[in-house]
Design a protein around this ligand. Structure first.
Ligand code: ZN
Length: 156
């Protein structure tokens, strides 16, 4: 009875796929265009149960295939990022009679509590770098890493 709920129904499998392209401007603003597709299989009712009919659920009216275009914009102020997401349905094929979602608009704020420095950036800035990529170990002279004490390695 895995996947069946107490009403003797099983929700359809969900498959989703998305492709996106993004561009960043001045390390602060970004634009992302995402093309999303979702396929939901029909709901199934358990054998010898007509509870679905009892609750007025028509299994023939479940399951759908959708294609959405969702452009997203975001802007960062230091550790704070504000984003807006718009969801525009391009194609919707639902079985039977169902309530479908129209266009959706989402606005949000995200805050990065921990920012990790990209070691690749450090490597590009300094001639010597700790082999463990310890933060702040970059140097232009050979020596020992101030964090872990390992011999600094020359960066090619
Ligand atoms: Zn180190």
């Amino acid at each position: 009875m895995k996947g069946w709920n107490s009403l003797g129904e099983k929700f359809g499998n969900y498959k989703g796929i998305g492709i996106f392209a993004s561009k960043t401007f001045f390390h602060k603003a970004g634009v992302t265009i995402q093309l999303k597709s979702e396929i939901i299989d029909s709901m199934r009712s358990a054998k010898n149960t007509d509870l679905l009919a009892l609750y007025n659920v028509d299994t023939k009216s479940t399951g759908s295939m959708k294609l959405m275009l969702s452009p997203q914009v975001n802007y960062s102020f230091g550790k704070l990022t504000v984003f807006g997401l718009y969801e525009l349905p391009l194609y919707e094929n639902v079985r039977g009679t169902q309530v479908v979602t129209g266009t959706q608009f989402t606005v949000g704020i995200s805050y990065r509590f921990f920012t990790t420095k990209n070691p690749v950036c450090d490597d590009a800035l300094f001639k010597y770098q700790c082999p463990m990529h310890c933060e702040g170990s970059g140097s232009n002279q050979p020596g020992k890493c101030p964090v872990c004490g390992m011999e600094l390695k020359k960066v090619n």
